[in-house]
Design a protein around this ligand. Sequence first.
Ligand code: G6P
Length: 451
Amino acid sequence: MTEKNSVKIVTIGGGSSYTPELIEGFIKRYDSLPVRELWLVDIPEGEEKLNIVGALAKRMVKEAGVPMEIHLTLNRQEALKDADFVTTQFRVGLLQARAKDERIPLKHGVIGQETNGPGGLFKGLRTIPVILDIVKDMEIHCPDAWLINFTNPAGMVTKAIFRHSNWKKVVGLCNVPVGMKMGIAKALDVEPERVQVDFAGLNHMIYGLNIYLDGKIVTETVIEKITSGDSSITMQNISDLGWEPGFLKALNILPCPYHRYYYKTDEMLAEETKDASEKGTRAEVVQKLETELFELYKDVNLSKKPEQLEQRGGAYYSDAACNLIDSIYNDRGDVQPVNTLNRGAIGSIPNDSAVEISSIITKNGPKPIAIGDLPVSVRGLVQQIKSFERVAAEAAVSGDYDKALLAMTINPLVPSDTVAKVILDEMLEAHKEHLPQFFTKSAAKPQVVKN
Ligand code: G6P
């Protein structure tokens, strides 16, 4: 740590439109988490956004009257020096790459989504080599820091760090569990603090196994409210399609909003196809939203997070991130859902796999709370996605074409090896610029073989 009572945080991808959320979170917690230096780091393509969001961050801090220095830089190594916490929220290839992840699979009748199916695979292939480079820089410049990763696909990325580097102090984070908890509180019409949930599964594949209100189990009541149409739990970026009541009652645990891609694949595909032709894919919608947000951020009279940011899917990120950092820093021992090594917490998932699970957070990081095993009704799907993530991370690191084809084919959203190959080839070509590992090998055999 830097000098006592003084925390240095580095945010990679600092020019993100989500940054004001983080700033707000750090300002709110300044008394218990004295962030004296916050370094926002970006790449040259993101410099303009970094300057706009950085200027807003400085105004927010000034208005709040906290002595937090905001530094803006394109020099990652310089920023990382002696950091206590590094947060990552970058997007390789920016939103243009996400739009391709969404549009290309759709052309072939397959879900096109940022973190699921072929889109999730390609986001992983682009991101994993970059995060492993960041970790190498951290080994040199801040070997004691905690890495808090929000970069998607967060589960696959966290897993890749554990498996393909020597870095151990990493926690993956997502806003889905906190979003579910808020949705449950709304359904029950109570304050969120009265609700607890035993979360377990994988990132964007997490289930609420037991739901408690003031310590009393209310899982069935919540499911009843959802199946009767009284309430619904979703996020801004996912169509709010309802569940078959009988299915949810028999499942008797709460799926996350992303489970719609697996349990309602046809309906979600139809919805995505319609949206893509009428209003654009989610990335295209978000591009417009971002332009509007950055116009607002430019206003020199603005010194707080604008409400419009809540139209993005990442609501509550700051709470999740700042609570986590605060709990590690203050050794709180409270329970938070995070992505961490399984270490036996979920029975049928390998010990060395990353899972998303309720964990006790201390200064030594998260300790996952053992749940035994997942119900048999969901176990197979979770294992399948885990296998997909593992093979995908291997493909990202090796640049091995066949491995990428294997990952694409075993993803449950892809109907066949032939379709997988068609999508893979088209996406490799479309993302060539950000996938050097597949194209720059000196191997005699070309990495991408077209029919
Ligand atoms: C949810 C997910 C995030 C994802 C976001 C996308 O919050 O949990 O992992 O980044 O949605 O939101 P967007 O507004 O970019 O579609």
